[in-house]
Design a protein around this ligand. Structure first.
Ligand SMILES: Nc1ncnc2c1ncn2[C@@H]1O[C@H](COP(=O)(O)OP(=O)(O)OP(=O)(O)O)[C@@H](O)[C@H]1O
Length: 738
């Protein structure tokens, strides 16, 4: 133990050294004498880089080194969250990153396949102090013993699984199991589906896979960023510490309601409306609706446009021809609009030319090409003509289009139309993929943005010219000697190049830039609770990941959303056919066998073929149930009785009961963004998805949908209780009566 303590202390000393160096770098950059835009840009870049490094160094502080492998032949390596080298000339490795190939045997070696290992050691620390060592002898012919060999090889894993929860997910870097390691390091480049029952580590494995990919493909992923999609903000808060604790911060976490930049989904849909909006047919429905916006006047009811040289008649024939021409361009609506406008102007010019230049005696038209060009210019400048074009082929934003569509839906059966009809109101999660679809159909007409950028650039050139003129004026004063004069700014740089240099470089990280850019192509996307996403949501996600480098995590048995796609083939066939890898996790690390038995029996009563994951732990504590006439009081009493138990407690209850229950739970975290670090939390079944707590109280299970109840029953790491007023739902039983 003493030797390991000395080694670990030395590691922390080195970490402190690197940290001090990075801090000094930041300070030096701030104090840098260079002035002017260029120097500021360089300083900002250095500060951003060093600050990123500092954040990573600070976040790996806890449990920096957690293992050691001794190879046959005497070499050994310490394994840690990040790799650290000595400051000597050879840059000797002090601790090896857990993701490095050399560290792999730490996770995979067994007595049967020792992978060249003699011994594997787990080092447990508290702060910077080594508190325990656990050794496993892998080479049984080796007689040397350390005294730290435990009888139970899984002691470290079981201790981690048994520990009280904190409301935040922790990394599992010290105890990754072999089947999990294979998924984390899977070489598969395309879509990898990780399926497994509750508590099998799907989420935590996917997060470690993200960390692994960020290590193995650092170049690419630092540029393109990783996106992690999770079901709700509470879940993202719950998993938010895992990657930073592994030294990785360049990741964007988002809920499905946040995937259209500039819009936050705060509204709610009925289940029926969400299901309809998620159907794949909605892509065609919206495409048809966009075509509906490309109009023609009714035959016999033309648009008459006043013009100095006589009225112009924009009739069905002209509009129809211009529309066909514009549609032939096969461009999104807004980008095809100029084609429509040019054709209209062209046809109206011909109309006017025919009239003005007509020879009353039937000879050729009097007007030549120059006259026609002049007429065309006049028509193109006419605001009335533009108003008519806008009426027939309006420039649209995705928000406008969808708002108009939802106010008066079309191209659907009448009952569906009534289900989704909505005038104004807030955007919902199911609207987000529709907005994205609309954006695709409309196309980003960036001509206005480009014109603005050009104007800004011109302004900078003018500003730079001003600076140059000033420096020219002060030349004799500032540059006294010949050499300086030769290098005077105006001699070596023109205003345009100087303006470019002055342009503010984009210092945001790839993840920050990706968050603001709808057309961003991510290097890798991880989707948790993937079974919940609708076909339309998948269309959005696939657009964000043209390389299809994705890890999808889910459990079809936990599907709650009526629009959820469920089967992987249905989700993936349109994009990758059957070219995806499918792996399963079968061990439940969370729920003890006593609780899993109850949950599995309930689901089997719904689906007799259901195969639950097998629990790795048993607590000897049976779940309990109590019937009551006064739920708020019974819940408050049960929570008070659990106060002596360690860890966190969640009350999972239907939303409509929350108001009443809260009167007896004044300190509970609750609401839209509940604070999960509170000792007591009140959640709806949907909010509880993906989370875990030491103690779970399920309230009024008869009001839960079956899949929601299965999720609720499988959230506990230690204890489960059920409080109900009426009969328990069919199939739910096996409790002790409390
Ligand atoms: N190898 C491991 N070492 C330590 N803890 C582990 C290990 N694997 C899983 N766990 C723990 O098991 C619990 C369940 O993991 P996780 O939440 O990833 O499961 P899940 O499959 O996503 O569950 P659900 O589908 O119910 O959301 C977590 O606390 C996780 O840290």
């Amino acid at each position: 133990m003493r030797n390991e303590q000395q080694y670990v202390s030395r590691l922390y000393e080195r970490l402190d050294g690197i940290r001090a160096q990075a801090e000094a770098g930041v300070e030096r950059s701030f104090a840098a004498v260079g002035s002017g835009q260029q120097a500021r840009v360089e300083r900002d870049v250095i500060v951003a880089e060093r600050s990123g490094l500092l954040a990573a160094l600070n976040s790996v502080e806890s449990g920096l080194c957690f293992g050691r492998i001794d190879l046959v032949g005497g070499i050994h390596h310490h394994i840690g969250r990040i790799g650290i080298r000595e400051s000597d000339a050879e840059r000797t490795p002090l601790v090896v990153d857990w993701r490095a190939p050399v560290a792999r045997s730490f996770y995979l070696a067994t007595g049967h396949a020792p992978m060249g290992l003699r011994r594997r050691r787990h080092i447990t620390t508290s702060g910077r102090t080594v508190t325990a060592l656990h050794d496993e002898i892998l080479d049984l012919t080796d007689a040397e013993r350390t005294g730290y060999e435990g009888a139970d090889a899984d002691a470290v894993l079981l201790a981690a699984l048994d520990s009280a929860r904190t409301g935040r997910m922790h990394d599992i870097v010290q105890t990754i199991q072999a089947d999990q390691d294979r998924i984390i390091r899977a070489p598969h480049q395309g879509v990898l589906v990780v399926e497994g029952g509750p508590g099998t580590g799907k989420t935590v494995v996917a997060l470690h896979r993200a960390a692994y990919l960020l290590y193995a493909q650092r170049e690419l992923l630092a540029r393109r960023a990783v996106l992690i999609v999770g079901p709700n903000p509470a879940f993202l808060g719950y998993i938010g510490d895992v990657l930073p604790s592994l030294g990785e911060t360049g990741v964007l976490l988002a809920t499905p309601g946040e995937l259209f930049p500039g819009v936050v989904a705060t509204g709610t849909d009925t289940l029926e409306a969400a299901e309809i909006k998620g159907r794949p047919e909605m892509a065609d429905v919206l495409a048809d609706f966009v075509r509906d916006q490309q109009r023609t006047p009714e035959p016999g009811a033309p648009i008459e446009i006043a013009h100095d040289d006589g009225a112009l008649v924009l009739d069905w024939t002209i509009a129809y021809e211009a529309r066909s021409k514009a549609r032939d361009a096969k461009l999104p609506h807004n980008l095809a609009r100029p084609h429509f406008a040019f054709r209209i102007i062209d046809l109206l010019t011909t109309q006017l030319g025919d009239r003005l230049g007509a020879d009353p005696y039937g000879g050729p038209n009097f007007l030549g090409p120059d006259d026609l060009a002049l007429l065309g210019k006049g028509i193109a400048a006419s605001s009335e003509v533009h108003a008519a074009i806008e009426e027939l082929w309006p420039h649209l934003t995705p928000e406008q289009l969808l708002e108009d569509y939802l106010a008066d839906p079309v191209h659907l059966p009448e009952t569906d139309i009534e289900a989704i009809r909505r005038k104004g109101g807030e955007w919902t999660v199911a609207d987000i993929p529709l907005l994205d679809e609309a954006a695709e159909l409309l196309g980003d007409d960036d001509s206005a943005a480009r014109a603005a950028a050009e104007a800004a650039r011109q302004e900078q050139i003018d500003f730079a010219q001003g600076v140059l003129d000033l420096s020219h004026g002060s030349e004799s004063y500032e540059f006294e000697d010949e050499e300086s004069e030769l290098l005077a700014a105006h001699d070596i740089i023109d205003a345009e190049r100087m303006a470019e240099r002055h342009e503010e470089a984009d210092h945001r990280s790839a993840a920050e830039r990706a968050a603001a850019d709808r057309s961003w192509a991510f290097g890798h996307i991880i989707v948790d609770e993937a079974q919940e996403l609708s076909a339309m949501a998948w269309r959005l996600l696939m657009r964000r990941c043209p390389t299809r480098s994705m890890t999808l995590v889910g459990d079809p048995a936990q599907t709650a959303e009526p629009g959820g796609c469920g089967a992987w083939d249905t989700i993936l066939a349109p994009y990758v056919e059957d070219r995806y890898e499918h792996v399963r996790l079968g061990v439940n690390y969370r729920t003890p066998v006593e609780i899993m038995d109850v949950a599995a029996a309930f689901l089997r009563s719904e689906d007799p073929s259901f195969e639950p994951p097998s629990s790795i732990r048993s607590t000897g504590v049976r779940p309990w149930a109590r019937r009551t006439d006064d739920l708020p009081r019974a819940v408050a009493e049960a929570v008070a009785a659990a106060a002596t138990e360690s860890g966190h407690l969640v009350v999972i209850a239907p939303e409509e009961l929350h108001g009443a229950l809260l009167t007896g739970l004044p300190d509970a975290g609750h609401g839209r963004a509940p604070d999960l670090t509170r000792r007591v939390v009140l959640l709806t079944p949907r909010q509880a998805k993906g989370l875990e707590f030491d103690t779970v109280l399920v309230v009024e299970p008869a009001r839960f949908a079956a899949s929601d109840l299965y999720v609720a029953l499988t959230r506990a790491t230690q204890r489960l209780g059920v409080l109900h007023t009426g009969e328990l739902p069919d199939g739910l039983g096996g409790f002790t009566q409390a």
